[in-house]
Design a protein around this ligand. Structure first.
Ligand SMILES: Cc1cc2nc3c(=O)[nH]c(=O)nc-3n(C[C@H](O)[C@H](O)[C@H](O)COP(=O)(O)OP(=O)(O)OC[C@H]3O[C@@H](n4cnc5c(N)ncnc54)[C@H](O)[C@@H]3O)c2cc1C
Length: 428
C-alpha cells in the first residue's frame, strides 16, 4: 500500500483542535521512525530498524511515463520533492510503499502477528506464549464492571457465544466503522439514537459515530499512443470489443507472477503508485490539500483496468470539512451499520474539489506528456474544463471513497490523547 504520512501542520492542528498535545509533529515523529524500516538513504525522518518495511519500487517498463508525471508537475510550476514523507511534502516525486525487501506487502499482520506465530527470537517466543489469535466470529459487545471495561463477548462462526476477560485493558481496534458500532452496541453513544434500537444507553457519549471523515477521490484519465505502458493491455480489438477483455497478454501475468515468487521483483512486487504529488488547490491554503497518485493505466470502477494503454492522475482533496456518520441499523451485532459519508456537504469542499480538478487538468496538459498522449478519456475531449457547473456535476458523478474512513471516535470528544475512552478505565 502507499505509505503516506500527514503533513507536519496536520499533526499540529490535531493537537491544537483536540487539546491532545501529544499528537504534535515533534511528538509523533519518533514513533513513525521507531515503527519503520526504510530501505532508502538514512534521514532524520526515516527509521531503519522497525518492523514495518517501507521502500520504493520503479517498474522499468513504465519508468518513462512515471517520470513524465513528475516532470509535468514541475512544468506546471510545482516543486520536485525527493521525499514527501520527509522535510518537504509539497511537490512531485517518488512515493514510498509498504512493500518489504522480498516484494511482499508489509501489512500489520505480516509485520506484527506472523513473527509471533512463527517466533524466531526469545523475545518473540515469550510474547507468543501470551498470544491467542481467533480468526472466526466477531465481538458482540464490551463487558463492564461499573466504569471499568473487563472483557468482551464474542460469537464464533458456529453461533456459540463466549466471554473473554482482560487482566489489564481492552483495546478496541475494530476500525472506523466497527469501533463506534461496538461502543454503541454496548450502550455507549448518543442516548436518543441508542434508545431507538431498544439499547440501554447507560453512558452518554454523543460523539460516538459522529465526525466521520473520508477522502473523496476522482481519476483524470488519458488514452496513450504509446503501446508498452500497461503490460496487461489487450493485444488486439475485434469481436465487438470482447477480445479487449479476453486477450490481455496472459503470459505477462505468468512471468510477473514467476518473477515475484522466485526473485521478489517485477510487476507483482509493486503497488504501482510509484510516483505522486501534493499541491495546494488554491492560493491561501496553508499547506498542501490535494494528493496525487499516478498510475500508468486507467482504472475502471475500483477493481479493473481499461484494456487500452492509458494513464491517470488519481486525485483527491485531503482536508474535507463535511462530516458524516456511522449509526446502528439495529441492535443485532450481525447487522451492518449505516455509513453516511455525507461527501460534498459544504461549499468549501465543492470549491476545493473543483479547484483540484482544474489544477489536475493543467498538470496533465503539460508538454511532458506529449510523447504519450493520444486523447482525453475521462473526462472526454468534448468536456468543457472551464465550465464550473459541469465540473461540479462531473465530480459528483465520478468521485468515490478513498477508503480512508476515520475520526468516528474523535480525540478530545470520545477518546483522550492516549486513546482511552473518556469516562472509563481499562478501555482504549
Ligand atoms: C481498498 C483499500 C485500499 C487502501 N489503500 C491504502 C493505502 O494504499 N495506504 C494507506 O495508508 N491506507 C490505505 N487504505 C486505508 C487503510 O487500509 C485503513 O486506513 C486501515 O486499514 C485502518 O486500520 P484500522 O486498524 O483502523 O482498521 P481495519 O484495518 O479496518 O481493522 C479493523 C479490523 O477489525 C475487525 N472487526 C470489525 N468489527 C469487528 C467485530 N465486531 N469483532 C471482531 N473484529 C471486528 C475488522 O474485520 C478488521 O479486521 C486502503 C483501504 C482500502 C479499503
Amino acid at each position: 500500500m502507499a505509505y503516506v504520512r500527514g503533513h507536519a501542520l496536520d499533526y499540529e492542528r490535531w493537537a491544537e483542535e483536540s487539546g491532545c498535545s501529544d499528537w504534535s509533529y515533534r511528538h509523533v515523529l519518533p514513533y513513525y521512525r521507531k515503527l519503520q524500516r526504510h530501505s532508502g538513504e538514512p534521514s532524520p525522518y526515516r527509521g531503519k530498524d522497525g518492523p514495518l518495511a517501507v521502500g520504493r519500487r520503479r517498474t522499468e517498463v513504465v519508468r518513462a511515463i512515471n517520470d513524465a508525471f513528475v516532470e509535468a508537475g514541475v512544468q506546471a510550476g510545482y516543486p520536485h520533492t525527493e521525499d514527501m514523507n520527509g522535510f518537504q511534502q509539497e511537490g512531485f516525486g517518488p512515493m514510498d510503499m509498504t512493500v518489504d525487501e522480498k516484494g511482499a506487502r508489509a501489512s500489520t499482520a505480516n509485520c506484527y502477528l506472523w513473527p509471533l506465530l512463527r517466533p524466531q527470537t526469545d523475545e518473540d517466543r515469550q510474547a507468543a506464549e501470551r498470544l491467542t489469535v481467533a480468526t472466526s466470529g466477531a465481538v458482540r459487545r464490551l463487558l463492564f464492571d461499573g466504569s471499568r471495561a473487563v472483557g468482551v463477548e464474542a460469537e464464533d462462526a458456529g453461533g456459540s457465544v463466549q466471554q473473554y476477560f482482560a487482566d489489564a485493558e481492552v483495546v478496541l481496534c475494530a476500525g472506523a466503522v466497527g469501533s463506534p458500532q461496538l461502543l454503541m452496541l454496548s450502550g455507549i453513544g448518543d442516548p436518543d439514537e441508542l434508545r431507538e434500537h431498544g439499547i440501554d444507553a447507560w453512558h452518554a457519549l454523543p460523539d460516538v459515530g459522529k465526525n466521520l471523515q473520508d477522502h473523496l477521490e476522482f481519476y483524470i484519465q488519458y488514452l496513450a499512443k504509446h503501446t508498452s505502458l500497461y503490460p496487461y493491455a489487450a493485444t488486439f480489438g475485434g469481436f465487438g470489443g470482447l477480445s479487449r477483455y479476453l486477450f490481455r497478454r496472459p503470459w505477462n501475468a505468468v512471468t510477473s507472477g514467476a518473477a515475484w515468487f522466485l526473485l521478489g521483483k517485477g510487476m507483482s512486487a509493486t503497488n504501482h503508485f510509484e510516483v505522486g504529488g501534493f499541491i495546494r488547490s488554491a492560493p491561501g491554503k496553508r499547506h498542501p490539500d490535494v494528493q496525487y497518485h499516478f498510475i500508468p493505466g486507467c482504472v475502471v470502477g475500483q477493481l479493473d483496468f481499461l484494456p487500452e494503454h492509458g494513464y491517470q492522475a488519481h486525485c483527491g482533496t485531503m482536508r474535507p470539512t463535511s462530516r458524516g456518520t456511522v449509526k446502528l441499523a439495529s441492535a443485532d451485532p450481525r447487522a451492518a451499520p449505516l455509513i453516511d459519508p455525507n461527501f460534498l456537504a459544504t461549499e468549501e469542499d465543492i470549491v476545493d474539489q473543483r479547484n483540484a480538478f482544474k489544477r489536475t487538468v493543467e498538470i496533465m496538459r503539460q508538454p511532458a506528456f506529449e510523447p504519450f498522449v493520444l486523447r482525453p478519456f475521462s473526462p472526454d475531449e468534448a468536456f468543457d474544463t472551464s465550465d464550473d457547473a459541469a465540473i461540479d456535476a462531473w465530480i459528483r458523478a465520478h468521485s468515490h471513497s478513498g477508503y480512508h474512513l476515520s475520526c468516528t471516535n474523535a480525540m478530545g470528544r470520545v477518546v483522550d490523547g492516549q486513546g482511552k475512552v473518556i469516562g472509563f478505565e481499562g478501555l482504549r
